[in-house]
Design a protein around this ligand. Structure first.
Ligand SMILES: NC(=O)c1ccc[n+]([C@@H]2O[C@H](COP(=O)([O-])OP(=O)(O)OC[C@H]3O[C@@H](n4cnc5c(N)ncnc54)[C@H](OP(=O)(O)O)[C@@H]3O)[C@@H](O)[C@H]2O)c1
Length: 336
C-alpha cells in the first residue's frame, strides 16, 4: 500500500446553524507527520457517520465541542501502515476516534487513547465494526439492558430503520417482545416488518400515523426506546402503560434546531414513567462482552443489518446531513 505524504482532513471552520452548510467544515491538506517512537500511523478506510457529530460541532455535551480549527472528531476504521509501537504492526485493523481525515497518528503520549484492534473475519465486512459490532450495536445492547424487556411486553422504537433502532427492535424480538418501529418511509417500514421481524412499523410522515401507531399497540407501550424526541416521543408517551420505561438514547429531531422542544413532563408524571438516559461510552469496560453477544446474534442470523455507503472523504459533510433528512437506511458510512 502506498502511503501518501499528504493528509486530507476536515477542520471545523464555523459552528453550524441548522443543517451543516458549505464551509462549516473545510477540507485542508497537511503533511503526514514523521512518526516518533511509540507512535502508530493508520490510514482511515471508513468513517462512521453519527448524529452526535452535529452536537460535537455545536456545543459542549458529554464530550467538549470540537474547537474551531481542530480536525473534526469522528469514529473510523483504519489500517496500520507504519508502527513504532510494540503492540501494533503494519496491516492491523483498528477502530476509534480517527477524526475526519485520511491518516491519523496514534500515540499513547499525546493524550489520545490507542485504538481498539479488531479481527479480520472471513466473509465479514470491515464496516461491521462501525455499526452492528460498533457504536450502534453497543448502544442498542446497553440501552436494551436498561429497558429490562420481558416476554410479551410491547416495545416501541423510533428512528427504527436506522443503525441503532434496527438493532434495538431485533434485540426486542430476541427477548419475546411485541416490537413496533417508527420510521420515515414505507420502504423502511417494509424492511422492518418483512426482513427484520418487527410486528408492525409506522411511517410517521403519513397524516394518520398516530392512529395507526395506537392501533399497533393494543395493550399499550411498556418500553419506549427513544431516538427522536419531539412530537414522535410525545405521541409514544401518550400510549404508554403505567410504570412503563423510557430509554432516552437520542433526540435527533432537535439536533439541528435552536429550540428542540421538551418531552411532555405531565405524561411522565401521570403515567409514573421511569426515564433513564445513557451514553454508550459509560459502558466501555463491557464492550468486549457485548460485542461477543452481538457477534453471536449476527452469526446465527438473529440480527440482520444494512448499510448506506457514501464514497469519498469530501462527501462527509453532506453525509452527516443525510442523517437529518432520513436518507440512510441502517448504518451510514463514508468510504475513503
Ligand atoms: N446515547 C448514546 O450513547 C447514543 C449512541 C449512538 C446513537 N445515539 C442516538 O441514537 C439515535 C440514532 O442514531 P443512529 O446513529 O442510529 O442514526 P440513524 O438512526 O442511523 O440515522 C438517523 C435517523 O433518524 C431519523 N430522523 C432524523 N430526523 C428525524 C426527525 N426530525 N424525526 C424523526 N426521525 C428523524 C431518520 O430516519 P427516518 O427516515 O425514519 O426519519 C434517520 O435515518 C440518535 O438520536 C443518536 O443521537 C445515542
Amino acid at each position: 500500500m502506498n502511503v501518501s505524504t499528504i493528509n486530507r482532513q476536515f477542520i471545523l471552520q464555523s459552528r453550524p446553524k441548522g443543517f451543516i452548510a458549505p464551509g462549516d467544515l473545510k477540507l485542508v491538506e497537511t503533511p503526514v507527520p514523521e512518526l516518533q517512537d511509540g507512535q502508530v500511523l493508520a490510514q482511515v478506510k471508513y468513517l462512521s457517520i453519527d448524529p452526535t457529530m452535529r452536537i460535537w460541532m455545536a456545543m459542549d455535551s458529554y464530550l467538549p465541542a470540537v474547537a474551531i480549527g481542530e480536525v473534526m472528531r469522528g469514529f473510523g476504521f483504519a489500517e496500520i501502515v507504519e508502527s513504532r509501537h510494540p503492540e501494533y504492526k503494519k496491516g492491523d485493523h483498528v477502530t476509534g476516534l480517527t477524526g475526519l481525515q485520511e491518516y491519523v497518528v496514534m500515540s499513547p503520549n499525546n493524550g489520545r487513547p490507542l485504538f481498539q484492534k479488531v479481527p479480520k473475519i472471513p466473509f465479514v465486512s470491515d464496516t461491521v465494526f462501525l455499526g452492528t459490532l460498533g457504536v450502534n450495536g453497543l448502544t442498542a445492547f446497553f440501552g436494551m439492558e436498561i429497558a429490562q424487556p420481558k416476554k410479551g411486553e410491547t416495545l416501541v422504537v423510533s428512528a427504527a430503520a436506522g443503525a441503532t433502532g434496527s438493532i434495538v427492535g431485533q434485540i426486542g424480538k430476541i427477548h419475546g417482545c411485541r416490537v413496533v418501529g417508527i420510521a420515515g418511509t414505507d420502504e423502511k417500514c417494509n424492511w422492518l416488518t418483512k426482513d427484520l421481524g418487527f410486528d408492525a412499523a409506522i411511517n410517521y410522515k403519513h397524516p394518520d400515523w398516530k392512529a395507526k401507531l395506537a392501533a399497533a399497540v393494543p395493550h399499550g407501550v411498556d418500553i419506549n426506546f427513544e431516538n427522536v424526541g419531539g412530537e414522535v416521543m410525545n405521541t409514544v408517551l401518550g400510549l404508554m402503560n403505567l410504570h412503563g420505561r423510557v430509554v432516552l438514547c437520542g433526540l435527533i429531531s432537535g439536533y439541528t434546531k435552536e429550540d428542540p422542544g421538551l418531552a411532555s413532563f405531565g405524561t411522565l408524571l401521570v403515567k409514573r414513567l421511569r426515564v433513564e438516559g445513557f451514553i454508550v461510552l459509560d459502558y466501555a469496560s463491557r464492550f468486549m462482552e457485548a460485542g461477543t453477544q452481538l457477534g453471536q446474534w449476527k452469526m446465527f442470523g438473529k440480527i440482520k443489518d444494512r448499510e448506506t455507503i457514501v464514497k469519498g472523504l469530501e462527501k462527509a459533510p453532506d453525509a452527516i446531513n443525510m442523517l437529518f433528512t432520513g436518507a440512510n437506511t441502517g448504518k451510514l458510512i463514508v468510504k475513503i
